[in-house]
Ligand binder design. Sequence first.
Ligand SMILES: [Fe+2]
Ligand SMILES: [Fe+2]
Length: 197
Amino acid sequence: MSQESREQRRANVIEVLNKARAMELHAIAQYMNQHYNLDNMDYGDMAAKVKLIAIDEMRHAEMFAERIAELGGEPVAEPAGTAEKGQLVRVVFSFDANLEDFTIDTYNEFLLVCRENADSTSVKLFEQIIDEEQVHFNYFDNVSAHIDQLGETYLAQIAGTPSTTGLQTRGFVARFGSGGAPAAAPGAGAAPGRPAG
Ligand SMILES: [Fe+2]
Ligand SMILES: [Fe+2]
C-alpha cells in the first residue's frame, strides 16, 4: 500500500472511477447508435440485444457515479470518446468486441489502482463490472465469428426478426447470463441464448 495520505488515496480511486464512468458514457452512446442503426437495417434480434447491452452500460455508469459520490467526488458527465455512426453490420460486432476487450483490460488496471489505494469496495465494483463486460465481449465475439464464417447465410437468419424488448429495464446480463448469441446453422459452434430465470 502506498504511503500517501488517506485523502490522496481517495482522490486516486475517484480518478479511475471517473475514467471508467466516462468510458461507460461513451459505450452507451455507441451502442444506442448501433441499436437504431441495426433496427433500420432490419436486423431486429441484433438491435434488441445491443439495446439491452446499452442498458447494462447505463447501470454501470450509475454504479460508478454512486461510488464516486460516496467517496465525496463529482461524477463526470463527458464521455471518453465520440460514437462512430453509420457502421455496416459487418463492422459493428468486431468493433464492439474490441471495445469490450479494451474495457476489460483497462478496468483490470483500474482495479489494481483501487487495491493499491486500499479501497476494497471499489475493487469489488470493478470485479463485478469486469465480469459483465466479459459477457458482452462473448456475445459480440460470437456474432462477429458467425458473420465472418457464415456471412450472408447468418445475416439472412437475423433479417426481419423482431427488435422489441418490452418495457422492462432489465439489461442483457440479467436476461442472458453468459450466452445471448442466437443459434446459427447447426455445427457452427453457436452458443444458444439462455434466458435468465
Ligand atoms: Fe460497462
Ligand atoms: Fe460492456
